[in-house]
Design a protein around this ligand. Structure first.
Ligand SMILES: Nc1nc2c(c(=O)[nH]1)N[C@H]1C(S)=C(S)[C@@H](COP(=O)(O)O)O[C@H]1N2
Ligand SMILES: [Mo]
Length: 270
């Protein structure tokens, strides 16, 4: 019950994280949300934190606030060249065929725990309301680049497909096999996942433009995720399919992403 209150990110959830948390804490004694020190001395409060699925995740959100906005920059801060990392051109035959056709036959599939599964062409996505943001991309390897992204907010798409009440995570499925096109049938395509707080966050955008140009293949064409409050590996490139799930335990090695299955943290808050 307490866990649900803390982790729910639905727009129709409690008016604010602070209010929700205060409600959760009402039963454990009178505490002020003003001071983290005092809170961490409160055993009952620590229990509330421990009940969260991921402590660092919950702790980050308490400090940053669920609606915290990642810093945005101005045009003059934009780097002349946005570095590319990880897959630069997917080797997978399916992707290559789409690329050779200028992505005219590509569609973003959205399904799983939704009322109305849907599929959108690039033209359809481009015709939707857009958001442009200049943000700094921080890779876990230690480099950063500031770029200007334009795309559709994930929240807009979620409003169309209507997540079911038990949808807890959004899973991004990508076109690129990390171990090379699989010969033994083992799926090694890149994937990632975020919770509903990040899914509905204003800066969570599915981008089709980088620096006023069509998104280059190196950076994830035709569509890539921007999850601005987290490290680079969360920003899935070469999006093919989005799935709403209750849990990612049953997907691949169960850690919620390609790099997570290889030891990285699921919540990569900056
Ligand atoms: N599909 C896919 N998405 C991916 C990766 C990848 O290899 N494949 N690499 C991740 C990592 S580690 C980083 S830092 C960023 C790099 O994005 P960029 O190539 O636009 O710089 O994409 C992330 N998303
Ligand atoms: Mo990265």
């Amino acid at each position: 019950m307490i866990h649900r209150t803390i982790s729910s990110g639905r727009p129709k959830a409690a008016p604010s994280r602070r209010t929700a948390l205060r409600a959760a804490l009402a039963g454990v004694g009178t505490v002020s949300l003003a001071g983290c020190d005092r809170l961490s001395n409160n055993a009952a409060f620590v229990d509330v934190l421990k009940s969260a699925q991921h402590l660092s995740h919950g702790a980050h959100k308490l400090v940053a606030g669920r609606n915290a906005i990642a810093q945005e920059f101005s045009q003059s801060d934009v780097a002349a060249h946005f570095k590319a990392n990880g897959t630069l051109v997917p080797r997978d035959a399916d992707y290559k065929a789409l690329m050779e056709g200028g992505f005219a036959d590509w569609k973003l599939q959205i399904g799983g725990l939704v009322e109305q599964p849907a599929a959108y062409t690039l033209a359809e996505l481009r015709a939707m309301p857009s958001r442009t943001q200049i943000t700094r991309h921080d890779c876990v390897e230690g480099w950063s680049t500031i770029g200007k992204w334009k795309g559709v907010q994930l929240s807009h798409l979620l409003e169309q497909v209507k997540p079911l009440p038990n949808a807890k995570f959004v899973v991004f499925r990508c076109a690129d096999s990390m171990d090379g096109p699989s010969l033994d049938g083992r799926d090694s395509t890149y994937y990632e996942s975020i919770d509903m707080d990040d899914a509905y966050h204003a800066q969570t955008v599915l981008a089709y433009e980088l620096n006023d140009q069509l998104l280059p293949v190196n950076n994830g064409a035709p569509l890539r995720a921007r999850i601005e409050r987290q490290l680079g590996y969360k920003h899935a490139k070469y999006l093919m399919r989005i799935e709403l799930v209750e849990s990612f335990n049953m997907i691949r090695d169960g850690k919620g992403g390609y790099w997570e299955d290889n030891g990285y943290e699921w919540y990569a808050g900056i």
